[in-house]
Ligand binder design. Structure first.
Ligand code: NAD
Ligand code: LMR
Length: 339
């Protein structure tokens, strides 16, 4: 099934619910870091999304070219490019969703946390501008380390007095995309039918796929589940190593980011039962932020869903991930309040 048809279903759903296609709500989506490895294909996929009426592409360099190129595609949205900090406010104004893939990617041998020193500052500056120019937008945080950049964003918004936990999302959709693909391959079930929740965070063992809840049931052996879990946790590293110094996942991430933004748009537009996993403020565990299934609605997060039944192996994984996730969250909070 193509991304285009998957995304187009959003608008046909609206039409079925009684909106004429001409009255699909106006929605502005902004991409911060739009000229990058993720930013460019993500911009393309958002241009293909019929739920978007205005697409603003912001980066410190390169966006006039990307915007000119993408603007020639004959789909609904108007496209504009914004370059340099002096144009950031204009890019953000009036936006419904801000997607952030700005920042440096990993090279072989690095952890996501090794990106903290550069990306934390970038995220902080961008979130300060979001609080000023588009305080009501839903924020889809892609920049790594997500386990820390989401808490940074929350603290920056709190300081600005604009924080609403319903509007801040760490994008963990790529973990779900990977879990689905790897599970379908191993269980020999049609990939398009597979669902697998992935909970926790977005780095190494903090990524916890719940294969015991996977559908359709695949009857995999315990050892196969363990191998699938490990592969999902190390999926990002698999790509970093294959790219051998030329960055990390960009194309699969753009796909995942487009799926998540589409779910946010559907939620905003009142489509019922839109559920995706995301790293959000949470009371599902004792950790202040945690990824789990989230129901999306007109205000962003409508409901953070619980974990459901876990296998013993998953229960162990959950306990093992908590210290690392807790410390990444604390690191983000500390950074935002120090600097
Ligand atoms: P990239 O280097 O190809 O692109 C990053 C872009 O960000 C560049 O165009 C750069 O100019 C821009 N940028 C830098 N500082 C900026 C600023 N202050 N304002 C606006 N734009 C700025 O990197 P990439 O491969 O696109 O990855 C981007 C980020 O996404 C990395 O941190 C990476 O680790 C992360 N990532 C996250 C996931 C996930 O699942 N959440 C998946 C893949 C990558
Ligand atoms: C991923 O999961 O692909 C991203 O977080 C990028 C990375 O550094 O692995």
């Amino acid at each position: 099934r193509s991304v285009h048809s998957a995304l187009a279903r959003g608008s046909s759903h609206l039409t079925r619910r009684g909106y004429g296609s001409e009255s699909v709500p106006q929605r502005k989506v902004v991409i911060l870091g739009a000229a990058g490895g993720i930013g460019q294909p993500l911009s393309l996929l958002m241009k293909l999304n019929p739920l978007v009426s205005s697409l603003a592409l912001y980066d410190i360099a390169g966006t006039p070219g990307v915007a000119a190129d993408i603007s020639h595609i004959n789909t609904r949205s108007e496209v504009a490019g914004y370059q340099g900090e002096e144009e950031l406010g204009k890019a953000l104004e009036g936006s419904d969703i801000v997607i952030i893939p700005a920042g440096v990617p990993r090279k072989p041998g690095m952890t996501r946390d090794d990106l903290f020193n550069i990306n934390a500052g970038i995220v902080k500056n961008l979130c300060t501008a979001i609080a000023k120019y588009s305080p009501n937008a839903l924020v889809n945080m892609i920049s790594n380390p997500v386990n820390s950049t989401v808490p940074i964003a929350a603290e920056i918004f709190k300081k600005a007095g604009t924080y609403d936990e319903k509007r801040l999302f760490g994008v963990t959709t790529l973990d779900v995309v990977r879990a689905k693909t790897f599970y379908a391959g191993k269980a020999k079930v049609p990939v398009a039918e597979v669902n697998v929740p992935v909970v926790g965070g977005h780095a190494g063992i903090t990524i916890l796929p719940l294969f015991s809840q996977a559908t359709p049931q695949g009857n995999l052996a315990e050892e196969e589940i363990k191998a699938l879990t490990k592969r999902t946790q190390e999926g990002g590293t698999e790509v970093v190593e294959a790219k051998a110094g030329k960055g990390s996942a960009t194309l699969s991430m753009a796909y995942a980011g487009a799926i998540f933004a589409d779910a946010c748009l559907k939620g905003l537009n009142g489509v019922p039962d839109v559920v995706e996993c995301s790293f959000v403020q949470s009371t599902v565990t004792e950790l202040p932020f945690f990824a789990s299934k989230v129901r999306l609605g007109k205000n962003g997060v409508e409901e953070v869903l619980g974990l459901g039944h876990l296998s013993d192996y998953e229960k162990q994984g959950l306990e093992s991930l908590k210290p690392e996730l807790q410390s990444s969250i604390e690191k983000g909070i500390k950074f935002a309040n120090q600097s």
